[in-house]
Design a protein around this ligand. Structure first.
Ligand SMILES: CCCNc1ncnc2c1ncn2[C@@H]1O[C@H](/C=C/CNC(=O)c2cc(-c3ccc(F)cc3)cc(O)c2O)[C@@H](O)[C@H]1O
Ligand SMILES: [Mg+2]
Length: 214
């Protein structure tokens, strides 16, 4: 049967990227998505905004919701100090299998914990299962109608501390209106919008950075 797009993306990484070189993995995926097949990675333009937020925060504990093929996982993990940890949640087994191989090709498996499961099942288990008290950074890039319920769940589970940053992809395209309204109007967040473009296109999209005020 025909291969899937994530399988073809992985092949492109294994063909064009150097093992242990995260930047070459990022470039190989961006080249594949620009010249072969579009895929819903954050991409190079929004990716540089993600990079700047990670570099500014220097986070020890990072949570990613929605791994997909592991592109943003590699972007984040490559900037983390060796002692830091990135937990990424992915409930589609096929995507998780691809992402594991992309992360390993980049040589970042020691900093990344990919959990195959749904965010709503695993957010409540972060403390007892991973010994995580609070996160320094959360990157939201999963189903758009899940950003708001999962944010409220993280609040309820005490996973956010004063200063925790939520960074959300796609706040314009496909859009997350209920989430945006919440973080922009809640007294518990200081929110700002980083205007950019939908990955590999000229369409407008952007990231919303929201600091939890406790
Ligand atoms: C139980 C559901 C909620 N919990 C979840 N827990 C764990 N993983 C979850 C997940 N939801 C979804 N996922 C996974 O996240 C990923 C989903 C991402 C959804 N992203 C998008 O729809 C998206 C879509 C676009 C897009 C934009 C324009 C367009 F014309 C077409 C698509 C661009 C993006 O950057 C996107 O991120 C998948 O790998 C999925 O299996
Ligand atoms: Mg996205």
């Amino acid at each position: 049967t025909r291969s899937t797009r994530p399988q073809r993306l992985l092949k492109a990484v294994q063909k064009n990227a150097t093992r242990g070189d995260p930047q070459s993995v990022i470039s190989a995926i961006d080249h594949f998505c620009r010249h072969s097949e579009w895929a819903m990675n954050i991409g190079d333009e929004k990716g540089t905004i993600l990079d700047s937020v990670v570099n500014e925060l220097n986070p020890e504990k990072v949570l990613e919701l929605g791994t997909y093929c592991g592109y943003s996982t590699v972007r984040i993990a490559r900037l983390l100090p060796p002692g830091a940890r990135l937990i990424t949640l992915e409930f589609n087994g096929d995507y998780a299998a691809i992402a594991r191989q992309v992360i390993t090709w980049a040589g970042l498996e020691d900093r990344v914990q990919l959990v195959e499961g749904a965010s709503e099942d695993w957010i409540p288990r972060m403390k007892e299962h991973f010994g995580i008290e609070t996160f320094d950074l959360v990157f939201l890039d999963h189903w758009k109608d899940r950003y708001l319920p999962d944010t409220k769940l993280m609040e309820d589970c005490g996973l956010l501390r004063k200063g925790t940053v939520l960074l959300a992809d796609n706040v314009i395209c496909p859009g997350v209106p209920d989430y945006l309204q919440y973080v922009r109007n809640s007294l518990s967040y200081k929110s700002c919008y980083f205007k950019s473009h939908l990955e590999y296109t000229k369409a407008e999209d952007g990231l919303e950075k929201s600091v939890f005020l406790g």
